[in-house]
Design a protein around this ligand. Structure first.
Ligand code: ADP
Ligand code: ADP
Length: 230
């Protein structure tokens, strides 16, 4: 479903050029669960952001479902992103002033769904993450693990085929991290492709495939190597 060839990304400021990604080749098949590991500053977030069409790149080609994204303008990129991709972040990124229902509704309004369709998707997705009946609660009334489940519900409400998660368990204790991971695995089993950045070697082991980024270069790694690498 996704093919990157020779992708590079350079951040330029007045004083320095940072080669955040160098010559990345990467392919994802529908339904895969891939974990991305690597030290801080190695390029993981940049890689995820380019994959999610949130950031551009200088060189190379990137095809998503056969569409060459480098030929698309901002409007078409955001259409493609809305249609296909869901995001989950380490910090949940929920809006504190809005209850759970309204938090999940925001991106759906943005997508132009009718009020009726929005209601159905919000209720379905809250149910799926085990928070049905909590729609009128506010984020601060929930534990960290529950907040992350709301963020997952918000991503799923858009019915993405491709879920991108940047350290989704990074702010959670071990038990909650495991619950969130089990939910993500279940979502993957139901067919959603999952790409997850993690520092947690146990979680990375659960993926179908592991890749490592070191100094902007990406390589496939064997799971047995993970222990030494992370
Ligand atoms: P992580 O490995 O979880 O991305 P980091 O400590 O590397 O954690 O980065 C924390 C946050 O700061 C990330 O969201 C990352 O995108 C952002 N970040 C890292 N380096 C820079 C930078 N030079 N300029 C702007 N944002 C950055
Ligand atoms: P990671 O997620 O692995 O911590 P990042 O992708 O955040 O790594 O960063 C890769 C490199 O690019 C780092 O050297 C970081 O400082 C740099 N970088 C990231 N975002 C920016 C930015 N917006 N401007 C300049 N440099 C950045």
């Amino acid at each position: 479903m996704l093919r990157m060839k020779n992708i590079s990304k350079i951040y330029r400021t007045e004083l320095v050029e940072t080669h955040a990604l160098s010559d990345v080749n990467f392919t994802v098949e529908e339904g895969e669960f891939i974990a991305v590991t690597g030290p801080s500053g190695s390029g993981k977030t940049t890689f995820l952001n380019i994959t999610g069409l949130l950031e551009n790149f200088e060189q190379g080609t990137y095809e998503l479902d056969g569409e060459d994204v480098s030929t698309l303008g901002d409007k078409q990129l955001s259409r493609l992103r809305n249609e296909k991709i869901g995001f989950i972040f380490q910090g949940f990124n929920l809006i504190g002033d809005l209850n759970l229902y309204d938090n999940i509704e925001v991106p759906l309004i943005f997508r132009g769904l009718s009020a009726k369709a929005r209601k159905q998707r919000i209720e379905e997705s809250l149910e799926l993450v085990g928070l049905g009946g909590r729609a009128s609660h506010f984020p601060a009334q929930l534990s960290g693990g529950q907040q992350q489940r709301v963020a997952i519900a918000r991503a799923l409400a858009g019915k993405p085929r491709f879920l991108l998660a940047d350290e989704p368990t990074g702010n959670l204790d071990t038990l909650m991290a495991r619950q969130v991971m089990e939910l993500l695995e279940e979502i993957n089993r139901q067919g959603t492709t999952l790409l997850m950045v993690t520092h947690d070697h146990e979680l990375a082991q659960r993926a179908h495939r592991n890749i490592q980024i070191l100094d902007g270069q990406l390589r496939d790694i064997n799971k047995n190597e993970l222990v030494e690498l992370i």
